[in-house]
Design a protein around this ligand. Structure first.
Ligand code: UDP
Length: 243
């Protein structure tokens, strides 16, 4: 990607495009040409994990696109005087992709989340996007080395593969098995299947607008509070480096 379209934070190069530009310039051409690509939806936790684990950092650096999913990333970029055009939430990207797949009759594989959440997410997609072909689905609690999962995804010939195994498992799985695939837009999507299933509702628009989606998620899932320390550490490191 042209370097003016990339903002680097802690050795991770983020796509500096709006969601619309990213879809138009990067994702849709891959789908049209049946080429594969690997998208990381990175929040501060992913950047911190990459900082602590060199092998994981290399996995993120090898991805085709790392998009800034998290207001913390956008703020950090601003403090570093290399502003990002916008936050691209993984959830929003997935919704737009499903809409596009619905218009074009593309297929999607749903890999990850608990079995009942996965089924619910697939049912919701069937209802909301009836022209999307469900290429296949599988829950996310399997061994990363399990080649039967890789075979199933490969045989499905899916145009889009949503990989919701949480970090770092989703990025590791894609990186480890990517060479088996000839086509497919592979995206690590975190809790997106829980969102599609309606189990973890997306924050109301006003919270998102006020950049408080992270707080809403903590209120809804108090177990997430443990993770917030990493986000603060990330922000602090960016601030200290800048000063
Ligand atoms: N998950 C999974 N397999 C695992 C660990 C997690 O399928 O071994 C799923 C989990 O059920 C959830 C998603 O991965 O659906 C991760 O969600 P989380 O909220 O951790 O992701 P975030 O949005 O914070 O990246």
């Amino acid at each position: 990607m042209n370097s003016k379209n990339v903002v680097t934070i802690m050795d991770i190069g983020f796509v500096n495009k709006t969601k619309e530009e990213f879809l138009r310039d990067c994702v849709k051409p891959r789908l049209e040409n049946e080429e594969k690509c690997f998208i990381v939806t990175a929040n501060p936790e992913i950047v911190m994990k990459a900082r602590e684990d060199q092998a994981y950092k290399e996995v993120i650096q090898e991805a085709d696109y790392v998009i800034p999913d998290g207001i913390g990333i956008v703020k950090a970029a601003g403090w570093m005087k290399q502003p990002l055009k916008e936050r691209i939430a993984g959830f929003d990207l997935v919704v737009d992709l499903l809409q596009y797949a619905n218009e074009r009759g593309l297929s999607c594989y749903f890999l990850g989340a608990q079995a009942h959440v996965n089924e619910k997410a697939v049912a919701a997609v069937r209802k909301e996007y009836p022209n999307v072909t469900i290429a296949g689905n599988h829950h996310g609690f399997f061994d990363l080395d399990d080649l039967s999962i890789v075979e199933a995804v490969k045989e499905s010939n899916a145009d889009i593969v949503l990989v919701a195994l949480g970090l770092p498992r989703q990025e590791l799985w894609i990186n480890q098995h990517y060479h088996h695939f000839h086509k497919g837009v592979f995206i690590g999507v975190g809790g997106t299947l829980d969102g599609l299933a309606g189990d973890v509702p997306r924050a109301p628009k006003i919270w998102i607008k006020l950049n408080l989606e992270w707080l809403y998620r903590i209120i809804k899932q108090p177990s997430r509070i443990k993770r917030i320390g990493k986000v603060f550490e990330f922000m602090l490191r960016v601030l200290v480096k800048k000063s």
